[in-house]
Ligand binder design. Structure first.
Ligand code: UGY
Ligand code: MN
Length: 246
């Protein structure tokens, strides 16, 4: 059924909203039995790339020249490192430092959010090490004292890390307490529920499966609407001076 060229997707100077009806699949170098929906990358001015990898059984990611973060949205994958296997089920995740030889292989049909970013050295600390965990093992905290808005920081907030990946869960009716405008950019995948996202000077209805990129200083606000909580996975660059090397 044609929808006469209508979509909720939108491409603006400092943000995009990408809805599943507009997803186009591709294969990245080295990928096998898998495809990628590339949501954002340097072509649009972002300093990272984020894609959804859709795997068939035994599907595999190719190499990356950067740090890599993977989060299992559906299914299960094995992260193989120097002959050692780490099993990631639903909500499992791994941080793989830049230059770290590894394989990500699907144990079943799976969907995985992948974030890759060239590492920005911090002269005073060593680069981060491998981290494998599950969101269920991470405790949450209320944002700005609002217990209806819970955040889980999946990576340690420590100087070696130059980015953060968090999950945020909003009870129905909960909202960010302010319109944020900040130097960090965001990549965001709606994992559950929906609501209204303000991006720049526009307000968008958003729901599970949507992707949002917010460029630096893009005004942003979210309010959850519906009978169920809304949840998203959100990336931000973090812990570095805005002039670059320190
Ligand atoms: O961490 C953040 O900047 C987060 N509060 N932003 C957002 O949810 N749009
Ligand atoms: Mn923000």
């Amino acid at each position: 059924m044609h929808n006469l060229g209508h979509t909720r997707s939108s491409h603006q100077r400092n943000h995009i909203l990408q809805t599943p009806d507009t997803f186009v699949r591709t294969t990245l170098p080295g990928m096998r039995n898998a495809s990628a929906i590339v949501h954002i990358g340097p072509a649009l001015g972002a300093a990272f790339t984020e894609y959804t990898a859709e795997f068939e059984l035994k599907g595999e990611l190719g190499d990356t020249p950067a740090q890599r973060f993977v989060y299992v949205m559906d299914g299960a994958v094995t992260v193989e490192i120097k002959g050692k296997r780490h099993e990631l089920g639903g909500r499992g995740y791994a941080y793989l430092p830049e230059g770290f030889s590894h394989r990500v292989v699907a144990k079943e049909k799976s969907r995985v959010a992948v974030i890759e970013k060239q590492y920005e050295k911090n002269q005073k600390t060593e680069p981060p090490r491998l981290l494998v965990s599950n969101e269920d093992a991470v405790s949450s905290h209320a944002l700005d004292g609002d217990s209806d808005l819970q955040v889980k920081c999946l990576l340690p907030d420590e100087p070696p890390f130059d980015f953060a990946v968090n999950t945020m869960v909003y009870q129905p009716g909960a909202a960010l307490s302010m319109v944020e405008m900040h130097v960090m950019e965001h990549g965001l995948i709606m994992l559950e529920g929906g609501g209204i996202y303000r991006l720049g000077d526009s307000w968008y209805p958003v729901r599970t499966g949507d992707f949002i990129w917010m460029g630096p200083w893009c005004p942003q606000w979210f309010g959850a609407i519906g009978k169920f909580p809304a949840k998203y996975l959100i990336y931000k660059n973090w812990n570095r001076h805005s002039l670059g090397k320190t």
